[in-house]
Write a protein that binds this ligand. Structure first.
Ligand SMILES: [Zn+2]
Length: 279
């Protein structure tokens, strides 16, 4: 049984309680980052970790698209939904945010406690030596290895925003066969965005910190995710098991709905804004 409710019901439940927030792609759609799991999004096959590590051609294609697409994420700005959660943290209501997004918009909005569950788009890790470098530094190296590539993709009036850009900064480009990816400058190993892909586990230490953040608050507020992957759903299960109230705000069904104390079927930005006014 699902307990559908209004923003008012959610506010009454959360009134006087501290809250940990769990967010997904739905909170970033108003910043222009598409949610590829929402019902009206085009079908898309997300890359798997196995494809990335196992196939150099796939990797080259991935980096070529990423080299164009990441600049779009780089230029996006937080929206009212992100700002509301940062304000609620300042007011002592929100303890922190666990996000499934890699866009860093919570940090940009001034959120102090953020766990980037699935990693961050602005960092790259070497799979061999484990060193990390910034995505900006890699962009400079890729530009040197591939002079004129981004311009050649974007010529003819196409802009980065016109290219299909997925939440992991993946843009669709057909001709990538001549693209030269970069290897680790320290050991020659394979570089990978510091993002958790399908088929890859969230590092245990990060999961433990997220469980601790859930348990540090009285209640869990889920916003803008359908909880299709276990990496997010497990926090809803833990809160429900602990007897912590769970509010889910999402347009459409989520896998956590049967566990929610109140489910508000609506968009994240407008609902969070209305909710903050009532708290
Ligand atoms: Zn290395």
């Amino acid at each position: 049984m699902i307990h559908h409710g209004t923003v008012g019901d959610a506010a009454r439940l959360l009134d006087g309680r501290t809250v940990t927030a769990l967010t997904g792609a739905g909170i970033s759609t108003d910043s222009g980052i598409p949610d590829y799991r929402s019902p009206d999004s085009p079908p898309r096959n997300p890359m798997t970790y196995q494809q990335f590590v196992g196939d150099p051609d796939f990797r080259r294609h991935y980096w070529a698209r990423n080299h164009v697409g990441w600049q779009h994420v780089h230029r996006t700005h937080p929206n009212a939904g992100h700002r509301v959660l940062a304000d609620l943290e300042d007011r002592g209501i929100v303890r922190g945010v666990i996000t499934q997004n890699v866009d860093l918009l919570h940090e940009d909005a001034g959120q102090r406690t953020v766990i980037d569950l699935h990693g961050r788009y602005d960092s790259v890790i070497c799979l061999q030596c484990g060193r990390t470098i910034s995505r900006s530094h890699l962009a400079e190296r890729l530009d040197m290895l591939n002079p004129g590539f981004v311009e050649s993709v974007l010529d003819g009036g196409t802009t980065v925003a016109d290219i299909e850009v997925a939440p992991d900064a993946d843009a669709v480009i057909a001709k990538t066969s001549h693209f030269k990816p970069a290897d680790c400058e320290f050991c020659g190993g394979v570089l990978k965005p510091e993002i958790v892909y399908f088929g890859e586990n969230v590092p245990r230490e990060r999961v433990d910190r997220a469980f601790a953040l859930v348990e540090s608050a009285d209640a869990l507020l889920v916003a803008g995710t359908s909880l299709t992957v276990m990496s997010g759903l497990r926090f809803v299960r833990r809160a429900a098991k602990n007897g912590q109230p769970v509010v889910i705000v999402n347009r459409g069904e989520t896998r956590g709905d049967p566990l929610a104390t109140v489910k508000v079927d609506a968009g994240a930005t407008e609902t969070l804004t209305a909710l903050a006014d009532l708290l």
